[in-house]
Design a binder for this molecule. Structure first.
Ligand code: F6P
Length: 359
């Protein structure tokens, strides 16, 4: 084995460059292997967009956000848009065999795929076709059961917590209800962690649909106790009891805007002004915090070891602070959601935080 390829797929996430750097260092320094970067995820295996990854080309990337190799949410070789087909027509073809041929032609003996749910599913299918594949999980949402944490999550939580802190002072000055909408897809982890860290009064998460009346009574109870403002952190996937998620674009299932619905649900029942902040991609950009740099570096080293020792079809993970590996198939089949009866929710309740569930 001589040449290893690394790619990043799906949405970006703070810490991707730290994984790339650690994997390259491990493969070059410990195993004397050549490493190439595959640009734009699996698409780069169709277009043969390959760049050398050497100790020189990765210098200085550890603290940088984004990904040196660029990434895309499109480019699934199993459902690749047919070139020249009318825009929006969604006509796709299976180009996976081309990918397999290109991998052989390019002399790539093993691939490290760093990505979220979609990327891991593609990696698994290519592994099933005999491609020597190792995976590294990535998502700010922290919604994979196979690993205690994904890198990028704690950075997103830190950004969201900073936003909660900033909203506190302006809420207090104006006697307002401030609603902060954070990312997380259908998992409430970012909202739960940043809400606790920022001292929110109300946290709404997808796993615990909210009753508008419960939010209103929390606001009134706080007013009765003398508090003239409220801080609410809402996960983008939250929904009202019996309601639906809010989508920016239903066709592509892009979540967003639930905070405005919450505001509309409660405004007429309270006498405080409401303001909404949708934090968006700020949570995904910029430099990873130290925790994520370390986790990403540990994942990159472990992925380098797996591929160099030919332990293919596996994904790195962390459990009880130990880096382990699991079959990629396990990781793609089990999402991780907040347990409404779990310790984190119980802790939040003891701190006086309401989940708008009437409990
Ligand atoms: O999965 C990561 C994530 O940032 C989600 O939290 C969010 O819903 C989604 O990606 C946004 O995707 P896009 O960058 O395509 O808008």
């Amino acid at each position: 084995m001589k040449r290893i390829g690394i790619l990043t797929g799906g949405g970006d996430c703070p810490g991707l460059n730290a994984v790339i750097r650690a994997a390259v260092r491990t493969l070059v320094r410990d195993y004397g292997l050549e490493v190439v970067g595959i640009q734009l995820g699996f698409e780069g295996l169709l277009t043969r967009a390959i760049v050398p990854l050497t100790l020189e080309t990765i210098r200085g990337i550890l603290p940088k956000g984004g990904t040196l190799l660029r990434t895309t949410n499109r480019g699934n070789p199993f459902e690749y848009p047919v070139p020249g087909s009318p825009a929006g027509s969604n006509i796709c073809e299976d180009r996976s065999q081309q990918v397999v041929e290109n991998i052989h032609d390019l002399g790539i003996d093993g691939i490290i795929a760093i990505g979220g749910d979609g990327t891991l599913k593609i990696a698994q299918r290519l592994a099933d076709m005999g491609i020597p594949m190792v995976a590294v999980p990535k998502t700010i949402d922290n919604d994979l059961a196979a690993t205690d944490y994904t890198f990028g999550f704690h950075t997103a939580v830190a950004v969201a917590t900073d936003a909660v802190d900033r909203l506190h002072s302006t809420a207090e000055s104006h006697d307002r209800v401030m609603i902060l909408e954070v990312m997380g897809r259908n998992a409430g982890w970012i909202a739960l962690y940043s809400g606790i860290a920022g001292g929110a009064d109300i946290i709404l998460i997808p796993e615990m649909p909210y009753h508008p009346e419960a939010i209103v009574s929390m606001v009134r109870d706080r007013q009765a106790e003398g508090a003239k403002f409220d801080i609410m952190v809402v996960a983008e996937g939250a929904k009202r009891v019996g309601g639906e998620e809010a989508y920016l674009d239903k066709a592509s299932r892009r979540l967003g805007g639930i905070a405005y619905q919450v505001a509309a649900d409660i405004q007429q029942h309270i006498d405080l002004e409401i303001r909404v902040t949708v934090l968006g991609h700020v949570q995904r950009g910029g430099s990873p915090i130290a925790f994520d740099r370390i986790l990403a570096s540990r994942f990159g080293k472990a992925a380098g070891d797996l591929v160099a020792t030919k332990q293919f079809g596996r994904m790195v993970a962390v459990r009880a602070d130990e880096i382990i590996s699991v079959p990629i198939a396990d990781a793609v089949s089990r999402p991780k959601y907040v347990d409404p009866q779990g310790q984190m929710v119980q802790t939040a309740r003891s701190l006086g935080i309401s989940f708008g569930d009437g409990a």
